[in-house]
Design a protein around this ligand. Structure first.
Ligand SMILES: O=C(O)CCC(=O)C(=O)O
Length: 283
């Protein structure tokens, strides 16, 4: 698709979650309605695991099929009603053979599911005195890269821990992406250390926008999300950042900045591809 405009307004919804799925989804619905009314965004993003508590013991119970589950139907209707793109955070997806995935759905202004990204790198870490988490106890990993086209701009999709893998972001950049969106839920151990650093690194390495959307911080939850949903520009500068609580962050993206930095610091064309490469394997 040819580029219709270099400016795109995003609304990042940093939402507080609970154990009540319907309440979580209805909170997203009302925040989407309000964002559309007040800010008229072209694209709305939601947090990782926005309809369920974030924890391996909850994923199966809260899982739904896509695109006909409760949460999918709500997002599809809203996208169509308001003619916006919705990058629907993530939800636990009930997939083939009873497998559960951590999945991001993307809805077009016609209400169609344009993409579905299953988290490729499962969050399995054990930081002594900090956090232990093992998504692979209940989740399966996705095997597909996901690129969407919004008004001629290619946008890659990753989910939270996926941001740690430079190769994935590099492949999106090689495929022409100008932005990567990561619904994410960092925590109080790795958030302060790595949240901003990783976003600025991916933006700097690949000279593109990085957009993250986190749940709001809830110190009474079993998993305490870091918050600070963020937009980093292709110069690796933090363009905007939310605080910790529930918040709608509105960002006007100027895609011409991608071309500017790529021309002025032309590292892409200066790579020594005679010596190394990052290539997608056919699966
Ligand atoms: O990489 C991290 O430190 C956090 C990742 C995470 O919370 C997730 O993948 O859900």
């Amino acid at each position: 698709m040819s580029k219709t405009s270099n400016i795109m307004r995003l609304a990042l919804l940093q939402l507080k979650g609970s154990k009540d799925k319907v309440a979580n989804v209805q909170n997203a619905v009302s925040k989407i309605e309000a964002a559309v009314k007040e800010h008229k965004p072209r694209l709305i993003t939601l947090p990782e695991c926005f309809n369920a508590p974030y924890g391996t013991k909850y994923f199966r119970e809260y899982s739904e099929t896509i695109p006909d589950g409760y949460t999918s139907l709500q997002l599809s209707n809203l996208a169509k009603k308001h003619q916006v793109y919705i990058v629907g955070g993530t939800i636990p997806e009930l997939g083939e053979n009873d497998a559960i995935y951590n999945t991001c759905t993307v809805w077009s202004p016609t209400g169609d599911l344009v993409a579905k990204h299953r988290k490729m790198h499962l969050f399995d870490i054990d930081v002594k005195g900090g956090i232990r988490f093992k998504e692979s106890e209940t989740l399966s990993a996705g095997n597909d890269f996901t690129i969407i086209d919004v008004d001629g701009h290619k946008i890659g999709i990753g989910i939270c821990y996926d941001i740690r893998f430079e190769e994935m972001a590099r492949l999106y950049r090689n495929a022409g992406c100008e932005m990567i969106i990561y619904p994410a839920a960092f925590n109080m151990t790795t958030g302060p250390l790595h949240w901003e650093l990783l976003q600025r690194s991916r933006a700097n390495d690949n000279q593109l926008f990085v957009v993250t959307t986190s749940p709001a911080r809830d110190t009474s939850a079993e998993y305490v999300a870091y918050g600070h949903s963020m937009v980093v520009n292709p110069w690796a500068k933090v363009q905007q950042s939310a605080s910790e609580g529930e918040e709608t962050l509105v960002a006007d993206i100027d895609f011409s900045e991608v071309e500017q930095v790529r021309q002025q610091i032309p590292v892409f064309g200066q790579r020594r591809l005679d010596l190394y490469a990052t290539e997608k394997k056919s699966t």
